[in-house]
Design a protein around this ligand. Structure first.
Ligand code: HEC
Length: 489
């Protein structure tokens, strides 16, 4: 439908990996770490308070007769919780309430129903919509169908019956939250203390110790102190230039632009270990260094030390047929790439989200250069800041001509890459001349709780015009792609 608006002469910008490193203090999160995922663009989302209060006694129906056909914990709910929730809601997991058994879960039945109905839980941004139904599903999809959401509601309404353990359904295994096996651990050398109120961006240059090119197919980034580690980007420093950059604490400052290199991966809350498709590996060339770029957000409650942020790698034994790369496309202010929108002050399209604008669109079209080899896309993600509420990524052309990802309730607090659940030769193909279309939607009004918080942080009480950039209240519109090219190139 929008294809008629795609512009000729548009061009691709394979934005240097730094574009993403430019997530400045704004990334600290107006919503704070403890409200992750509960609101997004959906102001009616359930809140943690509900879990703490409403859920105390199931639905308060103790003593009532449980309807015979009501769903039960053992038959219906436990399998869903195991597969879709227990990646985080376990003892020691990142979520505050462990749902480990009937006793720990039943009192919160009402909160569970509310959270899944509002869509705030489980945190999984990719959705199938009328406009976007990609032919492939995604791996490790933890989203719930409408019927499954209804089961949580019916279970809660019936008073959260336990059911008969003798008829317990088989529990699907919880999602892998740990990389296994791990061959190499590269850990920051030294300790940094994070204090005060200002965010900091520190880099650590690590020696992977490879004297001939090697490939890995699994990577996990482990934050050393998750009270202050806000997110981590991992780069390959191909020339090993950062070897001597570190100061006494092992770090060097590296906010926007201080390092260049190839993006290997990223961690944010909710990130699962990265696994490339079969026969695809990320190359670490001889003599290179691996750089961890860590965004620290102080707690405001006193100093915190991080001495163990690290990455774990699973190496491949041989050179794979395909080399994996992370590529960022977007963040353009080029009038040939941007489509016109109602916020433009002249006939020349510009990236400008006027103060107070709701449902504001910024759309970009990039053309894949002819000199790129044909490549497969195995992973896709969307990236905006706090004003962003929804994003869509499409390819148009001979290789793949369809929607690739829609994240209709985009939340900065929950970012992840979505990996296609298909064989590599069935994954979306990108061919020179094909187009990549990004549509980003923003709510720059006081109806957007993230905007309210971000303004408060700045001592402002009304929305301001938002432009493309890295500062607090600047915005981005960026597609993140895991791609595979022949490794012999
Ligand atoms: C990827 C990690 C993750 C998964 C998977 C996940 N949760 Fe959560 N959940 C969280 C975190 C983190 C919080 C705390 C967020 C906050 O404080 O706002 C949370 C909070 C909640 C809350 C408290 C109320 C709210 O909405 O914040 C409920 C209820 C809940 N989750 C239910 C579920 C259910 C049910 C599932 C599975 C169907 C699930 N969660 C899957 C991470 C997760």
């Amino acid at each position: 439908m929008r294809t008629t608006r795609w512009m000729d002469g548009s061009k691709i910008v394979l934005v240097a990996a730094l574009a993403m490193a430019g997530c400045s203090e704004d990334d600290a999160g107006p919503a704070g770490n403890d409200t992750a995922g509960s609101t997004g663009s959906d102001a009616s989302g359930s809140t943690g308070d509900q879990a703490a209060t409403d859920g105390e006694d199931g639905s308060g129906s103790s003593g009532e007769v449980v309807p015979e056909d009501a769903p039960t914990w053992h038959a219906d709910i436990a399998p869903l919780v195991s597969e879709r929730c227990s990646g985080c809601h376990v003892d020691g997991g990142i979520a505050p309430y462990p749902f480990v058994d009937y006793e720990s879960t039943a009192p919160l039945a009402q909160a569970l129903a509310a959270a899944v109905e509002s869509g705030s839980m489980p945190p999984w941004g990719a959705a199938v919509t009328e406009e976007c139904s990609p032919p492939h599903g995604f791996k490790d999809d933890i989203s719930l169908s409408a019927d499954e959401v209804a089961l949580f509601r019916a279970w809660s309404d019936a008073g959260a019956p336990e059911g008969d353990p003798a008829f317990a359904a088989e529990l699907p295994p919880p999602p892998d939250t740990q990389l296994d096996p791990v061959d190499t651990v590269l850990q920051m050398d030294g300790a940094v203390t994070i204090d005060g109120t200002t965010d900091s961006f520190l880099c650590f240059s690590l020696d992977p110790g490879v004297d001939e090119d090697r490939y890995f197919n699994g990577m996990q980034i482990v934050p050393g102190n998750d009270k202050v580690v806000h997110h981590v980007l991992v780069y390959l420093d191909e020339d090993g230039e950062t070897a001597d950059a570190a100061g006494p604490d092992g770090s060097f400052p590296c906010s926007g632009g201080a390092i260049s290199g190839t993006l290997l991966g990223a961690w944010a809350p909710g990130t699962v270990p990265m696994r490339t498709p079969e026969d695809v590996g990320m190359r670490v060339n001889a003599g290179s260094r691996i750089v961890l770029n860590v965004h620290y957000h102080p707690t405001g409650l006193g100093p915190e030390v991080d001495d163990s942020t690290r990455i774990e790698l699973d190496w491949m034994d041989e050179q794979p047929t395909w080399r994996g790369e992370m590529t960022l496309v977007g963040n353009s202010n080029d009038p040939d790439v941007l489509l016109p929108n109602p916020g433009d002050r002249s006939d020349t399209p510009e990236f400008l989200i006027p103060a107070g604008a709701q449902g504001h669109l910024e759309e970009m079209v990039f053309e894949i250069p002819d000199d790129l080899p044909q490549l497969r896309v195995w992973s896709v993600g969307s990236h905006m800041h706090y004003v962003g509420t929804s994003m869509q990524i499409r390819f148009q052309g001979q290789g793949y001509d369809d929607c690739m990802l829609e994240t209709p309730h985009y939340s900065f607090e929950w970012q992840r890459l979505y990996n296609f659940d298909a064989a590599l030769d069935e994954m979306p193909l990108a061919i020179g001349g094909d187009r990549i279309y990004l549509r980003c939607e923003y709510d720059n009004s006081m109806n957007n709780p993230y905007v309210v918080e971000a303004l408060q942080d700045q001592g402002l009480d009304a929305p301001v015009d938002v432009v493309l950039g890295e500062e607090t209240l600047d915005e981005m519109c960026l597609g993140v792609f895991g791609i595979a090219v022949p490794s012999v190139l």
